[in-house]
Design a protein around this ligand. Structure first.
Ligand SMILES: CC(C)(COP(=O)(O)OP(=O)(O)OC[C@H]1O[C@@H](n2cnc3c(N)ncnc32)[C@H](O)[C@@H]1OP(=O)(O)O)[C@@H](O)C(=O)NCCC(=O)NCCS
Length: 178
């Protein structure tokens, strides 16, 4: 069963990621390790690795375990970021959410808009009960977004995020279906 669902918001479409989108995402986001390393992890070393990772995530739709969407602006069709659901726990109906957007498109409300729609999809279509988000304590912007949407703080996970052989704590947030 193909579970992939294209989502639409006022200014954005959330779509599957094609090769040409992946090239842009890699150039504008995922190749910029120095800027993004404190925020996001995807295991890849080259563009080919990166694209294979994206493809693998897209294949997981079949199993309903991983979902990844490219965020595209409706006005100029540009791909600007991704939202992803991972770590789906079928026994307990829970999953984790991650998101990232290119530097030049930040602070325009796009991620808030995109993840609200993914959260609705999660609760209404996937029938997920609990969504978790883990954030580095210095990522104040991401924390603000989560709190604004209604996620509650559950505690500090000790040394669970590894960057260049160093371990960092993460704050854990969750949103429960009402
Ligand atoms: C975090 C990130 C996803 C936010 O995306 P975005 O599209 O810029 O987010 P939005 O515009 O929807 O919302 C940003 C909010 O943070 C607020 N904000 C901006 N800088 C801030 C700061 N230093 N401290 C607190 N809040 C801040 C903005 O005012 C805005 O809130 P508002 O809508 O109430 O005004 C983006 O910066 C990013 O890609 N960062 C790197 C990857 C990352 O951190 N991913 C999340 C991992 S948990």
């Amino acid at each position: 069963m193909d579970m992939f669902k294209k989502l639409e918001t006022e200014r954005l479409t959330l779509e599957s990621i094609r090769l040409e989108d992946a090239k842009i995402l890699y150039e504008e986001i995922f190749n910029d390790f120095e800027y993004y390393k404190f925020y996001f992890q995807l295991p890849y070393k080259t563009f080919e690795d990166f694209f294979r990772t994206i493809q693998k995530y897209q294949e997981y739709y079949e199993e309903g375990n991983h979902f990844i969407w490219g965020i595209r602006l409706k006005n100029n069709k540009k791909i600007i970021g991704i939202v992803l659901l991972h770590g789906k726990d079928k026994l307990n109906n829970s999953c984790k959410i991650g998101y990232i957007i290119s530097k030049q498109e930040q602070n325009k409300g796009y991620i808030t808009e995109a993840i609200k729609s993914v959260i609705s999809f999660c609760f209404e279509v996937l029938e997920i009960h609990r969504i978790e988000a883990n954030v580095l304590p210095n990522n104040l912007k991401s924390i603000k977004i989560l709190e604004k949407i209604g996620f509650h703080y559950e505690g500090l996970k000790k040394e669970c995020y590894k960057i260049n052989d160093e371990y960092f704590d993460e704050k854990s947030y969750a949103l429960i279906k009402k």
